[in-house]
Design a protein around this ligand. Structure first.
Ligand SMILES: *Cc1c(COP(=O)(O)O)cnc(C)c1O
Length: 294
């Protein structure tokens, strides 16, 4: 896998035509930095990598599922910095590795498969010297992750009244809130079902008390990575009408949610809305060929 990260490819696309009635709706295309590495993961990992180098660690040890954007991003980001990476993968090793794990391994990640019980207990396999590595939570959750994500704002040409993004662990949105002025309202679309501890997990990463954000829990489509046909149809329509590919786990649910909220006139007139395309397109490889038009 080529691990050249092309931040110069990041664009801001005007999709106002898809949201009639609003002044301006833009999409920040972090997905364009790399075909496999999620835009937001690269930002979230940057401070962990710096820290690993500073402490002269061998690399990064982290956790994730077989289709995890985070796992493949860690593999690539570590390799780009000449660091090692170890991925502890949830579930027994399948006969056929997923496309994600093939990419991760080809970037040099050492994979270990943990039973679901061992995974829950974060049991480190014997033979790994934990002290040699920086441990990074599943999804990159943590203060370092949020700090790294704040740098996404360097690519935001505001001002925007609203910035909307998909939310998993909440690390990215916390970093964005920390780095922004309080006049911008942040709306996070949770991709997990009933993740009611999410707001407190975000609060734990905020610097100071902030009121300019909220989490919407109504657009998970049945839960993490669930993608009923209604969502697939929307993804194809969004691609045809707005020329933007989305992924089944995160960004499709963001775009869908904002479309519904806009159609219900939940944003004030003349809002200037920015949607963060956080990447994740590699996860679409789990779909049967032909499901998507892109
Ligand atoms: C991980 C991920 C997110 C969620 O980021 P969090 O910081 O965990 O909230 C959003 N979009 C994509 C494409 C991701 O890979």
């Amino acid at each position: 896998m080529s691990i050249h990260i092309s931040k110069e490819n990041i664009t801001t696309d005007d999709v106002s035509g898809f949201f009639p009635g609003y002044h301006e709706v833009h999409v920040l295309r972090l997905d364009k930095i790399h075909p496999v590495i999620s835009g937001n993961k690269w930002f979230k990992l940057s401070k962990y990598l710096e820290y690993a180098i500073q402490l002269k660690k061998k690399g990064i040890l982290t956790f994730g599922g077989a289709w995890s954007n985070h796992i493949v991003a860690v593999a690539a980001a570590a390799a780009a910095m000449d660091l090692k990476s170890i991925g502890l993968i949830r579930g027994e090793e399948a006969e056929k590795l997923t496309a994600t794990l093939i990419e991760a391994r080809s970037a040099g990640m050492q994979l270990h498969f943990l039973s679901r019980d061992d995974y829950r207990q974060k049991k480190i396999p014997t033979g790994i010297t934990v002290d040699d590595y920086i441990l990074v939570n599943e999804g990159g959750y943590g203060a370092f992750g949020a700090l790294g994500a704040s740098a996404i704002l360097d690519y935001v040409k505001g001002p925007y009244s609203h910035i909307c993004c998909a939310v998993g662990t909440g690390t990215m949105i916390a970093g964005l809130i920390n780095g922004s002025d309080p006049a911008t309202e942040f709306i996070g679309i949770s991709v997990l079902k009933n993740n009611l501890t999410l707001p407190s997990e975000i609060e734990a990463l905020l610097i100071g008390i902030k009121h300019n954000w909220k989490i919407v829990h109504d657009y998970h489509f049945g839960g993490y990575a669930k993608h009923p046909i209604e969502l697939i149809n929307f993804m194809n329509r969004f691609y045809v009408d707005a020329h933007i590919p989305s992924d089944i786990v995160y960004t499709s649910k963001l775009f869908y949610a904002v479309k519904v909220m806009a159609d219900k006139s939940l944003f004030p007139n003349n809002s200037r809305i920015l949607l963060i395309h956080s990447g994740g397109l590699q996860g679409n490889a789990s779909l049967r060929k032909g499901t998507l038009m892109f």
